[in-house]
Design a protein around this ligand. Structure first.
Ligand SMILES: Cc1cc2nc3c(=O)[nH]c(=O)nc-3n(C[C@H](O)[C@H](O)[C@H](O)COP(=O)(O)OP(=O)(O)OC[C@H]3O[C@@H](n4cnc5c(N)ncnc54)[C@H](O)[C@@H]3O)c2cc1C
Length: 390
């Protein structure tokens, strides 16, 4: 039983599809820089259990397998990916680090509230001088006897910072270290003194999602805020969550590609020029068909990674990097074709959703490890372990 309402996952998936195809798509014009995602729409996401899809049932989540999470993502990400951003930092980066590395007390404190959508987690890793090279971060956490830690530093581009109830903050606890070893992860309640969140910046796309600067200025956090009670595991915790999040991003790209393909196919089936539907012209047909084939390849790759994830042996790191790389590049190509197929309409912001979707999906090649970083990771693994080629 899911949410005491749906007997099977298939029923639940259909309900999520219905939500996405009706309320969420119809409400996309309500997403704005000023208001973000209006609270009634956030409530619809909460009611559908979306904040808890990756959290086990013992902590109040839906406890879905990775394959189920990926299949659901294909559905709800046919609506604007801004909706997903509202719960992505909770279901992916933050809760996964808690699940794998936190103490039982920390799990009990945060996971049930996260699963119900009452506690938004934000993931605070990136800094002005530490982007792709996250291990070079400078934020410090200084021990205050047995009483706790003092955090100082500047984070930027932190999704959901204004909505956050808790920040998962990566900070350097060993001042003599320069690389990843001296970094620890902290669960920092957003109400503490010494936390300042910047105004949401205007971005190229994803209007309604807030990715802000966050400053920690002599922020005193209790001793039990360090994840798992242990120092030096911060980057490991961050990266565990990132694998999960990268697969979700890849699946998001597939959902967005389906939406774009739907938009361009509807247009190509109706629009007539030179006495024919434009979809009958070879060049337009090729753009539709290439988009469909590439989307299907991305979908299959995501499902393959998810099945490996569920089999539980080892996280399929190289395949997840490949899925993130392929799907994010794929959806950009699909979006570009959608603009082309729709001609002037694909360029008219007020007349079509395609220009907005085109701008939104550009993000996926940059965050959660930019394409170049994924290429580097994949090539390094290939050279280290020739078996990874098979
Ligand atoms: C909308 C948005 C939301 C975000 N949300 C979060 C969040 O919630 N939490 C968080 O911690 N971070 C977040 N980020 C940060 C994001 O993860 C970083 O932007 C990303 O890691 C890239 O870092 P950077 O922007 O500093 O770019 P840089 O690292 O400066 O990279 C610039 C360019 O150099 C390339 N490059 C870098 N290193 C290499 C290399 N070794 N080889 C080849 N090319 C390389 C990159 O691929 C890129 O093309 C978000 C970013 C955005 C835009």
């Amino acid at each position: 039983m899911i949410l005491d309402k749906y007997e099977t996952f298939e029923e639940y998936r259909k309900a999520v599809r219905e939500l996405s195809q009706t309320l969420l798509i119809a409400s996309e014009d309500r997403l704005s820089l000023e208001e973000g995602i209006p609270e009634d729409l956030t409530d619809a996401l909460r009611d559908m259990g979306l904040f808890g899809i990756s959290i086990p049932t013992e902590y109040g989540g839906l406890g879905l397998s990775m394959e189920e999470q990926v299949r659901l993502t294909f559905e709800f990400c046919q609506a604007s990916c801004v909706y997903r951003s509202r719960f992505s930092t909770t279901i992916g980066l933050t809760s996964q680090a808690i699940l794998d590395f936190a103490t039982e007390e920390q799990k009990e404190k945060y996971l049930p509230k996260m699963a119900s959508g009452l506690c938004t987690g934000a993931f605070a890793l990136t800094e002005p001088e530490a982007g792709s090279d996250a291990g070079s971060l400078k934020t410090t956490a200084e021990r205050r006897g047995n009483d706790g830690w003092l955090i100082n530093g500047e984070k930027r581009y932190i999704t959901n910072a204004p909505q956050a109830d808790v920040f998962l903050v990566m900070a350097r606890t060993d001042p003599s270290s320069t690389g990843s070893n001296g970094i620890s992860a902290f669960l920092v309640d957003a109400t503490l003194d010494g936390i300042r969140v910047g105004d949401p910046p205007k971005m190229l796309g994803n209007e309604g999602s807030h990715a802000c600067y966050v400053w920690f200025e002599n922020c005193e956090v209790p001793a039990d805020s360090i994840v798992g009670g242990q120092e030096g595991r911060g980057l490991k915790a961050a990266l565990r969550g990132i694998n999960h999040a990268r697969l979700h991003v890849a699946a998001t790209c597939v959902g967005q590609a389906i939406r774009l393909i739907t938009e361009m196919t509807e247009y190509a089936s109706k629009r007539e020029q030179f006495g024919k539907r434009i979809g009958e012209f070879g060049q337009i047909a090729a753009m539709l068909a290439d988009s469909r084939a590439e989307m299907a390849a991305g979908r299959a790759l995501c499902l393959d990674c998810a099945k490996q994830f569920d089999a539980g042996d080892q996280i399929p790191f190289i395949d997840i990097a490949s899925a993130k790389l392929f799907c994010s590049e794929m959806v950009s190509r699909v979006a570009d074709r959608a603009v082309q197929v729709m001609g002037g309409l694909g360029y008219m912001e007020d007349l079509s959703d395609v220009p907005r979707l085109f701008r939104d999906v550009r993000l996926f090649r940059i965050f959660e490890g930019a394409s170049q970083v994924q290429q580097g990771n994949i090539a390094r693994s290939m050279m280290k372990d020739h078996e990874s080629l098979s």
